[in-house]
Design a binder for this molecule. Sequence first.
Ligand code: ARG
Length: 272
Amino acid sequence: MVSPEYFSVEYAINPHMQDGEGGLQTVDPEKARAQWDALRRVYESLGYPVRVLPGQEGLPDMVFAANQSFPFPREGGGDGVLLSRMRHEQRAAEVRAFEDWFRTRGTFVVPRPDEAPYCEGCGDLLWIPGRRVVLGGHGFRTDRLALEEVAAATGAPVLALRLVDERFYHLDTCLTPLDRSRALWVPKAFDDAGAALLRRAFERLIEVPEDEAADALACNAHCPDGRCVIIDVAAERTRRTLEEEGLRVFPVQTSEFLKSGGSVFCMKQMVF
Ligand code: ARG
């Protein structure tokens, strides 16, 4: 995770970052810190040790640790990472600290040309749990061409999913893989071809109520193990649905981060 001391909304690169009047959202820094601490504790209580990279002044979105990289297990063993090229200049400098962290750790860093296609890491790239298949969102942030690099680097097939609703600008805002056969989704975020690919990929696709998807980023929930789901507390109907599916739900407050267009899934990076 990236510590939140410099998190704020200083520009608008997605619709969530503006208030009703078209101004910028206002973040309460103390509330943000408390929400971030609570999320960290949930991960630790579930048995995931949390490493923290310090946030940096002037990089208010760096707290969204899912976006700067795409870590993956390499076919021959060991781990690799595809570093992002952020679509917006305001976020470009966030990647460096992740690169340094992975290099120090000895992770294989996939070589990318300077003018590589835009790619926003696990914002747009999701593994189907337990299967060597990557789901790749493109259109708003990640370029479709980057998905070919992902396929080459991982040796896994990548299903290209075009995103068409700007409220759901990253794949992790409209699709939550739960286990190898189930996922939450927002159908209207995808074009017909993408929706058809997803219907073939998952036995059970559970539609999230549109208001909870847009206002509480219900699909930015995270299911790390096929059993537990961490999700914003405001996604009430989605929480009930998950419980009916036999999953254990851990509600957390992410209201301050929702003002920037992010919630649980964006606030961490899982490494192999
Ligand atoms: N303000 C950030 C942006 O628009 C939010 C990123 C949220 N991350 C995510 N994986 N959806 O880039």
